[in-house]
Design a protein around this ligand. Sequence first.
Ligand SMILES: *Cc1c(COP(=O)(O)O)cnc(C)c1O
Length: 346
Amino acid sequence: MRDPLASKDTRFASDNTAGICPEAWAALREADQDSCPSYGEDALTARAADAIREVLGGDADVYFVFNGTAANSLALAACCQSYHSVICSDVAHIVTDECGAPEFFSNGTKLLAVRTADGKVTPAEVERLVTQRSDLHYPKPRVLSLTLPTELGTLYTLEELRALAAVARGHGLAVHVDGARFANAVVSLGVSPAELVAAAGADVLCFGAVKNGLGFGEAVVFRNRALSNEFSWRCKQAGQLASKMRYLAAPWLRGFEGGLWLRNAENANRAARTLASRLSALAGARVVRPVEANSVFVELSAAQHQRLRSAGFAYYTFIGGAARFVCSWSTTEADVEALVTTLTTE
Ligand SMILES: *Cc1c(COP(=O)(O)O)cnc(C)c1O
């Protein structure tokens, strides 16, 4: 659990500090054949794409890329001309954590960030940004980008998503969903993945799996196939066309078997709920956001921060202005206990 080099305890720093789940490892091992068609022409990649279509309940074009930044950036670039803009929340990963890659890959498409209280964009704000200007000096809104669950660990309800999708449709905006933690949203809302993407009116979903137990490989899923024109060339040019694509695809297939991907996400969400309830009971600690997925945001006393730091716990405080603890597919009750015990031990 501890990183021997940094001697940091990274268990709660992010869900990408967790390892690869055993089933995904096994799938990689089994995919390791002597010879196989390259660049996604293989049977495993085709089957994984079929499995994604089946899970999402409809026709779609599916592409595998190495990581979430590439998935988001290339998906947005596919939706936009350079003079377009993308409406998103001010804490959206595409704004705060992708080093300008969405703008870079779209040759300058502008991100229009909406100030939000809880990471959630509202229909009124979208409406305002789209209608406040229509002249040609303003970057023309083309996409509404939603993160499910948000970077602050909150979730849109299906009704909220339907309202946002209606505003987007009304103004001719495509809907992009950053689903780096899509599985966590699905299990938390208790809906089917198909219902969720339909409610959001998602034209393109960046379907994450790395944070849910894979080592690499996110999927870009175009439910609106008109937007995926020449997308393979975009991936290749961006250095995102895996020559041995089967290794990206095979763990996905295994993840869908028997609902493993949902169990992994449920483990993470459950651990976050447990952690939140334990933290709420501590004097000096205050959980500051609803815990609707696998992240817990909590204000701690200076002494509590000090205890965690002395014990070597790594965690971020720059997201949402509080300490963020993220649970993963591998978080155990003992992990939660270790954090709480550290906080309470003088
Ligand atoms: C982790 C994450 C991503 C993907 O990040 P990469 O490090 O590029 O894989 C995208 N969006 C959100 C909301 C994330 O949390």
